[in-house]
Design a protein around this ligand. Structure first.
Ligand SMILES: [Zn+2]
Ligand SMILES: [Zn+2]
Length: 390
């Protein structure tokens, strides 16, 4: 098999990885560059046969719904089949603006795969495995062809609620010939990540201290939203809006059978007629940076409220970010976040367990750090668009 990372060998966002055999060629992800890494020269990405007619491409597979993996979907040639998880498809259809009918149709036509169920594209045998990440329908792909086994991790971690499943998955995977792993954390300080369970305990502490707890969180970080709801004690409310409710219902529909975390989410949809009851009882409310939530926050007693900032801290530093002004709506705000990505140690453990003959690190600014962490392993430091045979 041949691997070409079209983008992502030296940056986090905007990944696109090509995997091909002698007779089939697929692309995994076609992402947008992160705003923090953006430059005009970087915004576009051309992939032969995917964004033009100069070659053929059999399919594009998406690991999950984050924009740095799926954002350039509109640039993919219309005749190329696309694949994604079933919840990812439903979430995209719910979140895509109706002003984008062409894109909506494209997503409506997307094929879906099921966790653990192998499917084939030409002679490539592809098995998707659902993994722990801050997008709750994220997949690793095991790709087998020409006598070789290659694992593409997508974004993953081991410190979320699904993290314990990773050890079982590693045992099931056995040895692989090549590993393409995300390496986001390699450029960050090597500190043990806070678990999502620890974060949930922190929320319980804030609920004891403050009557009105607003949590600023991505609406699609559904696992965290479920954990917030489950942290609310009897007699208080978990409040969200109808948009968030629909996303939680989609999560329960697709994954409710797999974990009690995802089902029977106690939620109240905010309405002005509930104001007196909410004011009297207290609540945790999942909020987003928009005018409706700004108006709601202003209605409650500032002395008894806090905003918990439950997103990546880098968003606060971006030029023109409106988030600092949003956080200033309450007299207090505190960070409440943990990374959606595997720590350097978790990546090293995966490498050690799978014993790959070659490792390629993508979705990272510092691929060379893996060589230091795993001195016994061959870490191939590819450039974007440089081919490698595995
Ligand atoms: Zn992601
Ligand atoms: Zn990502």
């Amino acid at each position: 098999m041949q691997v070409i990372v079209h983008r992502g060998t030296r940056q986090i966002g905007g990944v696109a990885t090509q995997i091909s055999s002698a007779s089939a060629r697929i692309l995994i992800d076609m992402g947008e560059v992160l705003p923090s890494e953006d430059s005009s020269a970087q915004a576009q990405l051309s992939v032969p046969g995917v964004t033009d007619n100069t070659a053929s491409c059999d399919s594009v597979l998406f690991t999950h719904y984050h924009a740095d993996h799926i954002g350039l979907l509109p640039h993919i040639r219309a005749d190329i089949p696309i694949y994604m998880g079933a919840l990812t498809k439903d979430i995209l259809l719910h979140t895509l603006p109706y002003q984008e009918p062409v894109l909506r149709r494209r997503v409506e036509q997307a094929r879906t795969f099921s966790p653990g169920q192998m499917f084939t594209i030409g002679d490539l045998k592809i098995t998707p495995f659902c993994v722990d990440h801050s997008a709750c329908d994220s997949y690793m792909f095991l790709i087998e062809a020409e006598g070789k086994r290659l694992l593409h991790t997508g974004d993953f971690r081991c410190h979320g609620f699904r993290g314990k499943a990773m050890a079982k998955l590693i045992r099931r995977l056995g040895q692989v010939d090549a590993l393409i792993t995300e390496g986001t954390a390699l450029s960050r300080p090597f500190t043990p990540p806070l678990t999502e369970s620890a974060l949930q305990r922190q929320v319980r502490g804030y609920i004891k201290q403050y009557k009105y707890v607003f949590v600023l969180c991505a609406s699609t970080n559904l696992e965290r939203i479920c954990a917030l709801s489950k942290a609310v004690p009897r007699g208080k409310y978990f409040v969200c809006d109808a948009y968030q409710q629909r996303l939680l219902d989609l999560l329960q529909k697709h994954w409710g059978a797999y974990s009690p975390l995802y089902r029977h989410i106690k939620k109240t949809i905010y309405s002005p007629r509930l104001f007196d009851r909410l004011r009297e009882k207290g609540f945790v409310m999942a909020v987003r940076d928009n005018q409706s939530f700004r108006n709601i926050i202003r209605r409650f007693d500032p002395a008894r409220q806090i905003i918990l900032y439950s997103m990546w801290e880098g968003y606060l530093r971006q030029p023109q970010s409106t988030l600092p002004a949003f956080l200033a709506l309450a007299p207090h705000w505190e960070p409440l976040h943990t990374s959606g990505h595997a720590s350097a140690q978790e990546i090293a453990q995966l490498v050690t367990a799978l014993c790959p003959k070659a490792v390629i690190v993508i979705h990272t600014q510092k691929p060379q750090a893996l060589q230091t962490l795993c001195p016994q392993t061959k870490v191939v430091l590819l450039q974007d668009k440089e081919p490698l045979f595995v």
